[in-house]
Design a protein around this ligand. Sequence first.
Ligand SMILES: Nc1ncnc2c1ncn2[C@@H]1O[C@H](COP(=O)(O)OP(=O)(O)OP(=O)(O)O)[C@@H](O)[C@H]1O
Ligand SMILES: [Mg+2]
Length: 232
Amino acid sequence: MNILPLKVKNLNYVVNGKNILKNINIECNNNNVTIVAGNNGSGKSTFLKILHGLIKTQNNNKIKWGEFYISDIKREQSMVFQTPILLNRTAYENLLYVAKKKNITEKNYVDKIIDKLNIKNISNVNTKYISGGERQKVAIGMSIIGNPKIIFLDEPTSQLDPAYKNDIENIINELSYNKVKIFMTSHDISQIKRIGSEIIFMDNGEIIYHDSVKKFFEEKQCNLISEYINYG
Ligand SMILES: Nc1ncnc2c1ncn2[C@@H]1O[C@H](COP(=O)(O)OP(=O)(O)OP(=O)(O)O)[C@@H](O)[C@H]1O
Ligand SMILES: [Mg+2]
């Protein structure tokens, strides 16, 4: 099942007369990590939620994953939200819930995820008591259950300490190595350089740059992007 290239044609998203995404046209063939960057409010989370299928636009058929529409690959992808949404249960139960939903019967599957994410210390704590960073860890654990082909990560390491951020970047690299397509937003310039392969840069609902991360940092960019890079 080939989910690339991702093709988006003339995609607009309008809410209450406000044009949040404007005439998005991209073709993405990159099978490594795609970074979606841009200033606050530029449309990154909205764009990821549309690709994920959570937000339905006026015409979702403008998006194709290989030969497939979003609705065809619903079960092949997952998303970690900028503010993770968890059930009012323990971390373990949250992970178990996703595993059951994906019909995973393998014994100790959830324990393996807990080991991989190094979250044994919070596995039996109700998620309403855990810290922001710990919520991100649980949400990342939930997103990798069942080996999805595409994972959307919306600022997944924004609340993580440096050592744990490094662990998550290693997991992202491993997923990418194992042919999982990653779309990730980040404001962390050094992180973008470390793990990004291509970058989509958004401004005010438009994509103003789409090319390799290498070129993005090597070539002269417009003032907006230069400032973003310099302040990052
Ligand atoms: N349902 C909605 N109704 C009104 N405005 C919305 C709606 N959804 C998104 N927006 C607006 O669209 C813009 C893009 O929002 P989005 O969350 O995609 O930005 P972002 O690039 O992810 O920003 P950040 O870096 O702060 O996470 C924002 O100005 C936001 O307020
Ligand atoms: Mg966002």
